[in-house]
Design a binder for this molecule. Structure first.
Ligand SMILES: [Zn+2]
Length: 272
């Protein structure tokens, strides 16, 4: 074994999700890997035919990302000294939804999955990601479980609601909370190129690529699971899609040369 990458892409923007749905399957097929896409209900509603085709391409495992990108928990980022995160230099607060609103939103998301893809989602990425995931919120776990989700990416921040999330944090089951059939996949390291730049201050795109290759080398050496996240942000045109996926293409090639395997969230859940 030489480690595993769980490649998960949040597809959620009004101007980029259609391009991603159209170009993404071929991008993955050419590189010989599969990925999970975590798609908001409203993005899927905007381009139902494209997402249906992507779902049937065999390259993409399409899962949920709420309907409206509602947060399940409040995020309170303590910005590291000298950095600017989400436009702030001190702290950044983004409020989580109410229980009632989250419940209605998840129900609406599953209805879109049923209407567009003819099935419900088994996986859910919780918008923004949180410290400890939902481990401290059994009430939310109960709700997420009731809506049919069995593997989630909700642990995507450190104790200051920042990043990186270290690879020592392995995927885990929510057994102590009473949900042994629910798996937390994590979101490791930085949530994307833009958060790497904001949290490290290294804005040269090459810095992120070399960082990712170092992480991949460690994953291969120590046989780790790396839940890797990126987004459809800034993918309004074909050329913008090529720019956004350039580092991902480099990383996939590097990881495959190291013998790392790629698995979707659904595949990994079935194994576990
Ligand atoms: Zn998102």
């Amino acid at each position: 074994m030489a480690g595993t990458i769980l490649l998960g892409i949040d597809v959620e923007t009004a101007d980029g999700s259609g391009t991603y749905a159209r170009l993404g399957p071929e991008f993955l097929a050419r590189r010989g890997v599969r990925a999970s896409w975590y798609v908001t209900g409203r993005a899927m509603e905007a381009n139902p035919d494209l997402f249906r085709a992507a779902d049937r391409s065999g390259q993409v495992d399409i899962q949920g990302h709420t309907y409206s990108h509602i947060l399940l928990k409040t995020v309170f980022i303590e910005v590291p000294p000298g950095r600017t995160v989400n436009g702030r230099t001190d702290f950044f607060l983004k409020r989580g939804g109410t229980i009632e609103d989250i419940d209605a939103d998840l129900g609406r998301a599953q209805k879109v999955f049923q209407d567009v893809l003819g099935r419900r989602a088994a996986g859910l990425t919780c918008p923004w990601g949180y410290y400890r995931g939902l481990a401290d919120r059994p009430d939310l776990l109960e709700m997420v479980h009731r809506h049919g989700f069995r593997f989630i990416r909700s642990f995507g921040r450190d104790e200051r609601d920042g990043q990186p999330v270290p690879l020592e944090r392995r995927p885990f089951r929510y057994e102590p909370q009473g949900f042994p059939d629910m798996l937390e996949l994590m979101i490791h390291d930085y949530q994307d190129d833009f958060y790497f730049a904001q949290f490290t201050g290294l804005t040269d795109p090459a810095a992120y690529t070399s960082h990712l290759k170092e992480v991949a080398d460690r994953v291969a050496r120590e046989d780790l699971v790396w839940s890797l996240c990126t987004h459809d942000h800034g993918c309004a045109t074909d050329s913008a899609f090529a720019v956004k996926t350039a580092w991902l293409s480099d990383l996939i090639g590097h990881a495959r040369s190291r013998g790392i395997r790629f698995a979707t969230g659904a595949e990994y859940y079935a194994e576990m």
